[in-house]
Ligand binder design. Structure first.
Ligand SMILES: [Zn+2]
Length: 54
């Protein structure tokens, strides 16, 4: 079985910075090693994302 993972990609250059398990709820600040962009990623449960209305 392959567990789905959410890819964290740089918002600027699309470099893959990491992966977290699906269902993770977190706020992570990451610095891209390639273009040095610092971005705060808000990771929510994917089901919640699909259902969000606010
Ligand atoms: Zn980048």
């Amino acid at each position: 079985m392959v567990k789905d993972r959410i890819e964290i990609r740089c918002v600027r250059c699309n470099k893959l910075l990491g992966k977290v398990p699906e269902g993770t709820i977190a706020e992570i600040e990451m610095k891209c090693t390639k273009c040095k962009t610092i971005h705060t990623y808000k990771i929510n449960n994917t089901e919640a994302l699909e259902a969000q209305g606010n």
